[in-house]
Design a protein around this ligand. Structure first.
Ligand SMILES: [Zn+2]
Length: 422
């Protein structure tokens, strides 16, 4: 557990007796979304039901409930999600939209699996009001928002969003869809599963049990004259080939790829798609990203530093004369004393320029593609990380959890010195 206020089990126990599971469920979802939790878990263990949340990427146990009460709560969540509440033998799924008392709508997707002691109920929470802010809600600075718009404004081609697991790729895609969904385009998605509903967008779900896979759906969707198609993850050669084909025939295609860097995403696509020149012509750009914890602006504390902190010229240009500052996490009510208030996107935006197009055709390595991109002004993930630290958005320690960035060593040393001198 973190230093977040735990709800004391002993004190609450009596209240649980009188609060109905229905009311309790509503409060729990509200409590979790207030803290920007992405998941809520209700898991049977030997003697109790453990309630936990995933907040900013990490699990926190909220409390343990008496087994009987906890099972009723699980049953209630299963019922509102439309999952079979009685079948505890088979894995089951469902979804619903829950309105909180303060007027927000939380989309949730529930999955329950039988375990040794009973069941594990896992609920994915989407506070859809957040991604409805579109690309302005991702935590990008103004220059990055403009660059992303430039990519998305292409009428056709392929745009890849890349990163490891849990790097916020889906959130970026959904925000991009909200941006594109202005009524002037016909937008289709092929998802596995659909994360949440977006009004005006035609969303289809892969259903392997009914033998409806990505390629079947994509072929069908292409006949529906879409302007934009969002497909899920490109994970094999046949999806890659279909994505490239769709992008080259007049649609804008958005897809994700599992990779460490933007340049590596291109290498991976080249391994899938044998025709390099076809790929090079179709690919518009790559958004590679990580999610890092954002310092709470209410309580972050400045530590002394100077202009000599900036490591390279690209970062200096990005800061555009704003004096660099270092901050560390503080503690306050706004962030529940955690020092951080949300997750923010750390992007690496690669455009396919004529030089890069040529390099893709010629089969250049990811390292060479990255060199060309940075020569053309791209900030690497480490550059963006450095800029974010010097803008007081996050700390080197948070970056290092997500990224291996030797270029930040001088900043890490500065933090260490500041700690020591106190
Ligand atoms: Zn705070």
């Amino acid at each position: 557990m973190t230093n977040q206020d735990p709800i004391d089990f002993e004190e609450i126990e009596g209240e649980i007796e009188v609060t109905s599971p229905e009311t309790y469920a509503g409060h729990l979802v509200e409590w979790a979304t207030d803290r920007h939790a992405s998941d809520l878990f209700l898991s049977d263990d030997q003697r109790s039901v453990v309630i936990a949340v995933r907040v900013m990427g990490r699990i926190e146990i909220v409390r343990r409930l008496a087994r009987d009460y906890g099972n009723r709560l699980q049953g209630h969540f299963r019922a509102i999600a439309g999952a079979n509440a009685g079948d505890l033998v088979h894995p089951t799924e469902g979804r619903a939209v829950l309105a909180t008392e303060d007027g927000r709508e939380v989309d949730f997707r529930l999955s329950a699996i039988p375990t040794l002691f009973g069941q594990d109920v896992s609920i994915r929470l989407f506070d859809s009001s957040r991604s409805q802010q579109g690309i302005h809600g991702l935590g990008l600075d103004d220059a990055e928002v403009e660059m992303l718009k430039r990519l998305l404004d292409h009428p056709s081609g392929l745009i890849l969003v890349s990163g490891p697991v849990a790097s916020g790729k889906t959130c970026t895609l959904y925000s991009a869809l909200h941006y594109l969904n202005d009524g002037s385009r016909k937008i289709h998605t092929i998802e596995d599963p659909v994360e949440y509903a977006i009004r005006g967008v035609h969303q289809s779900q892969v259903n392997l049990r009914a033998r409806l896979d990505y390629n079947d759906l994509l072929t069908a969707v292409l006949r529906h004259s879409p302007d934009v198609i969002m497909i899920g993850e490109i994970r094999d050669a046949s999806i890659a080939a279909t994505a490239v084909r769709a992008g080259s025939s007049g649609q804008l295609v958005l897809a994700t790829v599992h990779s460490d860097s933007a340049a590596q995403a291109i290498s991976i696509m080249r391994q899938y798609e044998a025709n390099s020149s076809f790929l090079a012509r179709t690919l518009v750009g790559v958004v590679n990203q990580r999610l890092v914890k954002r310092l709470c602006p209410e309580c972050r504390e400045e530590i002394a530093c100077g202009d000599e902190l900036i490591g390279n010229e690209r970062v200096r240009q990005r800061l555009a004369g704003t004096p660099p500052k270092l901050y560390r996490a503080g503690s306050g009510d706004a962030c529940f004393n955690t020092g951080f208030d949300s997750l923010t996107c750390l992007p690496e935006l690669l455009y396919v320029t004529p030089e890069i197009e040529r390099a893709i055709v010629e089969g250049e390595s990811a390292m060479e593609l990255e060199r060309l991109a940075t020569e053309g002004g791209m900030l690497t993930l480490a550059d963006t990380a450095e800029a974010r630290i010097l803008q007081g958005v996050t700390t080197p320690a948070e970056i290092c959890r997500e990224l291996d960035a030797p270029q930040l060593a001088h900043l890490i040393a500065r933090y260490r010195d500041a700690e020591r001198s106190e």
